[in-house]
Design a protein around this ligand. Structure first.
Ligand code: TXA
Ligand code: MG
Length: 317
C-alpha cells in the first residue's frame, strides 16, 4: 500500500514492482545497511544520467554499482588477490571496492565518470538484496539525497530531500550502520583508503595490509570527496564542550549531559555512527541555525564520523 504518492513499505510485492521500474529505466530509492540509496539501472546511460539530474550531482562524481552476487561483481571489475580476500571477509556488507573495469563491463561509462575504474558493492540489507536479485542487473545507487545534503538513514529523509523524483521509495526502516560504506581503491599500484566509512581502516588492514591515503588536491583517485558535503541547513561548529547562546548542541559521551541530542551517551562510536545523520536531520528540522557538536575521539569508526562532521562544517560553495 502506498503511504504517499511514492512511499511504500518494502513488501515482496512492492520490491517486485520496484525491480520492474528499475528495469524500465526509472529511479527507485531503497534501504541498505549503511544509508538509503537512489537506484538506477547501471547498464542504461539514460537511467544513470537521471540520477545525476535528480541529485543535482556534479557529473565528475562517479557512482557505486550494487550487485546481488559475487559472480556479477566479477563481470564488472577485475578481481585480484586483495579484492578476493576483501570480498570473502566483508561481503555482503558495507565495503565498496574500486577495481579496474573489465573489458566487457556492461555498466554505463557515465557511472565511472570517465575513469577506467568501477566502484562495486554487495550490500547485506535483505531489501537491497531482494531488489537487486529481482532486477537482475547492476544498480548504481548514490545516497538518496540532493548532492551536498545530509545522507538519509530513514525513508522519510529521502522523501524530504528528493520528493517525487524517485518513482518509488521502499521503506525498510532505519539503517543499521547509518554511515556510508568504506571505499577501498584497488585500481592502482597500492591499496588506498578512498573514503573512511562503516568498516574501520584497521579491520581492512588486518586482511590486506596497510592502506595508503589518496591525494587530497581533488585530482586524486576519489573525485567525489568534496570538501563541503553532508551539510545540514544550519552552520556546524565542531569541538564544542558547551552550548553558546542560540546554538543547538549535538553531544557525545557522558560529559555532554546538557546537549539537545546525544550521539551516544555512553561514548560508543558504533552507536554514534548509527545516530549521526538522523540526529543532524532532527536538529535541522528543529530549525537550528548553528549545530554545535561535541568532540568525537578520532579512532576506529570515529575517523569516519569526524570525516563527515568536518565536511558538514566546511565552508559551503
Ligand atoms: O554506503 C554507501 O556506499 C551508499 C549506499 C547507498 O550504498 N552509497 C554511497 O554512494 O555513498 P555515493 O555516490 O554517495 O558515494 C560514492 C563514493 C564517492 O566518494 C565516489 O567518489 C566514490 O565512491 N567512487 C565511485 N566510483 C569511483 C571510482 N571509479 N574511483 C574512485 N572513487 C569512486
Ligand atoms: Mg552521498
Amino acid at each position: 500500500m502506498s503511504r504517499s504518492d511514492n512511499l511504500y513499505d518494502a513488501t515482496p510485492d512492492a520490491i517486485g514492482a520496484a525491480a520492474a521500474l528499475l528495469r524500465d529505466g526509472r529511479l527507485v530509492a531503497f534501504p541498505t545497511e549503511t544509508v538509503y540509496g537512489l537506484g538506477a539501472d547501471a547498464t542504461s546511460d539514460r537511467a544513470v544520467a537521471g540520477i545525476y539530474a535528480a541529485k543535482e550531482r556534479p557529473s565528475f562524481n562517479p557512482l557505486i554499482s550494487h550487485v546481488a552476487e559475487l559472480a556479477m561483481a566479477r563481470r564488472l571489475g577485475r578481481f585480484g588477490d586483495a579484492a578476493e580476500a576483501l570480498a570473502a571477509a566483508f561481503w555482503p556488507g558495507p565495503l565498496t571496492m574500486v577495481l579496474p573495469r573489465t573489458e566487457d563491463c556492461p555498466v554505463s561509462r557515465l557511472a565511472s565518470a570517465g575513469l577506467a575504474s568501477i566502484a562495486i558493492r554487495l550490500p547485506a540489507h535483505p531489501v537491497a538484496q531482494a531488489l537487486l536479485a529481482a532486477t537482475g542487473r547492476p544498480v548504481v545507487a548514490p545516497s538518496a539525497n540532493r548532492s551536498g545534503q545530509l545522507s538519509p538513514t530513514r525513508a522519510a529523509h529521502v522523501l524530504r530531500s528528493l520528493g517525487q523524483a524517485p518513482a518509488m521509495i521502499l521503506d525498510g526502516g532505519a539503517c543499521a550502520f547509518g554511515l556510508e560504506s568504506t571505499v577501498v581503491g584497488l585500481a592502482g599500484p597500492e591499496p588506498l583508503l578512498l573514503r573512511p566509512g562503516a568498516i574501520a581502516r584497521e579491520a581492512i588492514e588486518a586482511v590486506i595490509g596497510p592502506l595508503g591515503r589518496p591525494a587530497t588536491n581533488g585530482q586524486g583517485p576519489s573525485p567525489g570527496m568534496m570538501e563541503s558535503h553532508y551539510a545540514p541547513a544550519g552552520a556546524v561548529r565542531l569541538g564544542a564542550t558547551a552550548r553558546r547562546a542560540g546554538e543547538h548542541w549535538l553531544g557525545f559521551g557522558p560529559e555532554a549531559a546538557g546537549a539537545d541530542l546525544n550521539l551516544s551517551p555512553s561514548g560508543d562510536p558504533v552507536e554514534a555512527a548509527a545516530n549521526l545523520f538522523a540526529m543532524l536531520h532532527a536538529l535541522d528540522e528543529a530549525g537550528a541555525s548553528t549545530i554545535a557538536v561535541s568532540p568525537v575521539p578520532d579512532v576506529g569508526l570515529g575517523v569516519a564520523i569526524n570525516d563527515r562532521l568536518r565536511r558538514a562544517a566546511a565552508p559551503r560553495p
